[in-house]
Design a protein around this ligand. Structure first.
Ligand SMILES: [Zn+2]
Ligand SMILES: [Zn+2]
Length: 441
């Protein structure tokens, strides 16, 4: 069997253990059921390594999916900004449209005024001609022929200059009409200039709108591609998840079949991989509940294990091979009577209070299978904690305890050379390294 590298947690723990190693010692026979390990049909190392590979691959995919999500979010933001600009351009176009309509109304009104004036001028000239005819009939030929021979309206206007001297009264009337007409025509010119300006603005806005529409379309296309990419990544991730679940199921079966085979460090590491995966799902589950606004009661175990002896952080011995046997927990030292607190909420499933040998010893008194007076708390989902060598036990089997509750006091019952707590965390009956799972404070 290939020796697996120590995982990060175990390495950190080894350092912690080295810190205070050797002050006290305890060893004992295990109270758990030991069965024959089925070692012939599986290679636990390759399982564990494949599991690790899958976890790493999933982590990589997760970060890629996250990046894709970020990009999609950015593209969505971009689209929002473009839509906002389109909206603003549309508003401008709408305003401009109403100005243009207004202007068209003014222009057509003005055209009507010009036409009216022209009609008045024509009528004035017609009247003038009539008067001239009358004058002609009266015999004043030299004067009338000038007007009557005019070729058109403007010719007439020019000839008016000639007749001005002789027809002051009529001329004044025509002059006024012409002035009015010219005024309207000047106004008309200004209106048409304004109209040309509006047309130009209208075209510019429409060009802007076209550009924005194109930007929007390309952003939409980019987002579509990102979503397709994300979907592909998620499918890959799903495939890994399925493989991982299969592996975990297999591993769990193997662990259960070799329950209690505590001497194998690789088995512990494999169990920790399995436990880590279970904890990950559990933490996610509770995070979701909290995000959804659920209020969790203190009785609810959230699988965030706390240090069982607040204020006492001296670890004299950790999990691992020790003097030819396997030490299954973490030893935390302190004075006799130091308060021991539940590491997480749960139900007390077993206590032993039979040991009266509360002092340091070189040989086991045999009480509680070497644990002396102890407490086991079931946290559900196959996680349990064990507290050994207690001088007193404050709970009974069947009690519900909350995380941080006082459950007993430190002592030296069972196989113990001095006052300390022997603390274990197990998953599916298998020993985990508590140092990797408890948090201080
Ligand atoms: Zn005893
Ligand atoms: Zn111990």
């Amino acid at each position: 069997m290939v020796k697996m590298k120590l995982c990060k947690r175990a390495a950190a723990f080894a350092a912690a253990a080295a810190l205070g190693f050797g002050l006290f010692s305890d060893s004992f026979t295990q109270p758990v059921i030991v069965t024959e390990a089925e070692s012939e049909s599986f290679d636990i190392t390759s399982y564990a390594e494949r599991l690790k590979e899958i976890s790493e691959e999933q982590e990589r995919l997760d970060s890629e999916i996250e990046a894709a999500e970020d990009d999609i979010k950015k593209e969505t933001e971009k689209q929002k900004a473009i839509l906002k600009k389109i909206e603003s351009v549309n508003e401008k176009i709408e305003v401009l449209n109403s100005y243009m309509t207004q202007l068209e109304i003014e222009i057509s009104a003005n055209k009507r005024l010009i036409a009216d004036k022209k009609q008045e001028i024509d009528k004035g000239i017609e009247d003038f001609k009539k008067r001239l005819r009358a004058m002609y009939l009266a015999g004043d030929e030299s004067y009338t022929s000038v007007i009557l021979n005019s070729s058109d309206f403007y010719d007439i206007l020019m000839r008016m200059e000639l007749v001005k001297r002789v027809a002051d009264h009529d001329n004044k009337m025509i002059d006024d009409l012409i002035a009015a007409k010219e005024e309207y025509e000047a106004a008309q010119e200004k209106l048409e200039e304004q109209q040309a300006e509006y047309d130009k603005q209208y075209e510019e806005l429409n060009n802007q709108k076209k550009e924005l529409d194109e930007l929007y379309d390309s952003s939409k296309e980019a987002k579509k591609q990102l979503q397709a990419q994300k979907k592909k990544l998620e499918e890959q991730n799903q495939a890994y998840l399925e493989e991982r679940q299969q592996f975990e199921a297999d591993l769990s079966g193997i662990l259960k079949s070799s329950y209690g085979d505590s001497s194998d460090e690789i088995m512990r590491e494999a169990a920790e991989l399995s436990a880590n995966s279970a904890l990950e799902s559990l933490h996610e589950y509770y995070e979701n509940l909290i995000e959804e606004g659920e209020e969790l009661s203190e009785e609810e175990c959230q699988y965030n294990f706390a240090w069982p002896v607040p204020g006492h952080y001296y670890v004299s011995s950790g999990v691992g091979e020790r003097w030819g046997s396997y030490h299954t927990g973490m030893d935390i030292t302190g004075a006799k009577g130091t308060e021991i607190r539940a590491s997480e909420s749960g139900t007390v499933i077993r206590v032993n209070t039979s040991c009266e040998h509360d002092y340091g010893k070189e040989e086991s008194c045999g009480c509680g299978g070497g644990y002396g007076n102890y407490i086991i708390i079931d946290h559900g989902n196959e996680f349990i904690t064990l507290y050994g060598h207690l001088t007193s036990v404050d709970v009974e089997a069947g009690d519900t305890v909350k995380k941080g509750d006082l459950i007993g006091r430190m002592g030296s019952t069972g196989f113990s050379t001095g006052d300390h707590l022997h603390f274990e965390i197990r998953y599916q009956g298998y020993y985990l390294n508590p140092a990797a799972y408890v948090s201080i404070g």
